[in-house]
Design a binder for this molecule. Sequence first.
Ligand SMILES: Cc1cc2nc3c(=O)[nH]c(=O)nc-3n(C[C@H](O)[C@H](O)[C@H](O)COP(=O)(O)O)c2cc1C
Length: 179
Amino acid sequence: MITLLRSRRSIRKFTGQKISKDIQDLLIEAMLRSQSSRNIRPWEFIIVDDKKKLEHLSKAKQHGSGLIKGAALAVVVIADTNKSDVWVEDASIASIQLQLMADSLGLGSCWVQIRNRMATDELSSDQFVKQALEVPDNYSVESVISIGYPAESPKPHSKENLQYDKVKYGSFSKPFYQD
Ligand SMILES: Cc1cc2nc3c(=O)[nH]c(=O)nc-3n(C[C@H](O)[C@H](O)[C@H](O)COP(=O)(O)O)c2cc1C
């Protein structure tokens, strides 16, 4: 696990290679195994691999969503907001579990933020994605996780850049690590 975390980066450029059904099944199993508050599992997932739909979803925001069109597939993570008051946390965990599973399979991925973002001055990103994929009103869209075989290899974050000063020991004022 630590080896995976040490090399993990967001990937925004993908080769055109498709993701096999067997690999997709592993990704799906990984997200369905996510922990959730009271095991309510308020999330649902829409797998999109149709090029035209990916292209359309890439316009879900004015900035930061263009990468979706180059992905082999996108997993749109939605949740029934009536089912849990902590659906945001649950949907985030499932999104990250999916991304880490993708990394472990040699895939690359990037989270595209949808919640609290705008597609146009009038239309929220949430509404945009829900209209595109016929999602009912009682759902919210947490993220669009864009996945594919990596066509870039950003340098891993170095250990020197980790913010060890953010770790405290016993109380806020006492650092865990000292020079
Ligand atoms: C909640 C969240 C929202 C993000 N939204 C976007 C996004 O909309 N577009 C994008 O290109 N990257 C997005 N990212 C990826 C971050 O930009 C990325 O994780 C950060 O720059 C650190 O880079 P790294 O993942 O390579 O370590 C998001 C990441 C998180 C966790």
